[in-house]
Write a protein that binds this ligand. Structure first.
Ligand SMILES: [Zn+2]
Length: 290
């Protein structure tokens, strides 16, 4: 670790200790650093051999492919494979538990773009975690006949058990349906209590206006910058005693995604870029690594 990074990490440690509140933003880079990387070609080949055969090389190419021209049977085969993998094959990742320890005794709030539920599994108080893009655990009606969302995993396990591995399709009769109108279900992502979570997030930020606020970004790149990255820069501009720490390392090139830890120049000495894996930073802050 270079001297500049060490200096900025020390500054972050002080800020975590002395700030009134901590606002954490967590992106895909946090889960990647924890061991769930959507760019990992080896894991992809192991767990998604059919998709590898179709020419895909990592999950990142597939996440969010709702508008692809796949048949409903193919889409459900993919979603069931992907979500059962993330929710049931991948364990609760220790880095999340460490992050929870780091926040212990502080007044914190987390906003995340991750749908993988690692915060829930690590034991975070989910009233203090806003999953901005929802999570994998809910299904919704594709025709929006109701705002109700329901548990996805039982239906996805059923899909997974019936995938035709030659064609990588789920037979029509096993595609999940809306229990109200009978149309296809879809991956809901945003559960019906989503707005409630957003209100809690907004309340936390609004009531921090006059406080010393440590803003800590972990693994947030330019995939969906409007979700965490840009709002966090704005909060730092608007809240006079806020300091932004942007912890992210660049990732594998070739699929158009890198970490970009840079911070806007106008934030001056209230924003610090840390070109580090989230896991390295958390370990250092907990004193588990020098
Ligand atoms: Zn419906």
């Amino acid at each position: 670790m270079d001297e500049r990074t060490l200096e900025d990490l020390s500054r972050l440690k002080t800020e975590l200790a002395e700030a009134d509140r901590v606002l954490v933003g967590a992106g895909a880079g946090l889960s990647a650093s924890a061991g769930l990387s959507y760019l990992d070609e080896g894991a992809f080949l192991l767990h998604f051999p059919e998709m590898y055969r179709l020419g895909y090389r990592c999950q990142y190419e597939l996440v969010g492919m709702r508008d692809s021209d796949w048949t409903p049977g193919r889409k459900w085969a993919y979603w069931a494979t992907h979500i059962c993998y993330v929710r049931e094959t991948v364990p609760s990742l220790p880095l999340y538990g460490k992050l929870l320890r780091l926040l212990e005794g502080k007044d914190w709030f987390v906003v995340t773009s991750n749908a993988d539920r690692q915060f829930l599994r690590a034991g975070f108080d989910m009233d203090r975690v806003f999953e901005y893009q929802g999570n994998y655990d809910v299904l919704a009606c594709s025709k929006r006949c109701t705002r109700h969302t329901w548990e996805s995993l039982p239906a996805l396990r059923e899909v997974k058990a019936h995938i035709d591995h030659e064609t990588f399709e789920c037979p029509e009769e096993f595609i999940p349906r809306c229990p109200y109108c009978g149309e296809y279900a879809e991956i809901g992502f945003r559960p019906e209590n989503h707005e409630e979570g957003f209100r809690r997030y907004a309340d936390f930020v609004n009531s921090s206006a006059d406080l010393r606020l440590c803003i800590l970004e972990l693994g947030v790149g330019f995939n969906t910058p409007g979700v965490i990255r840009w709002p966090f820069e704005r909060f730092c501009r608007l809240i006079p005693r806020a300091t932004l720490f942007r912890v992210n390392r660049g990732y594998k090139d070739g699929v158009g995604y890198k970490g970009y830890p840079q911070v806007p120049e106008d934030l001056g000495n209230r924003a610090y870029p840390l070109d580090l894996d989230a896991g390295e930073a958390v370990d250092w802050l907990l004193g588990e690594k020098t």
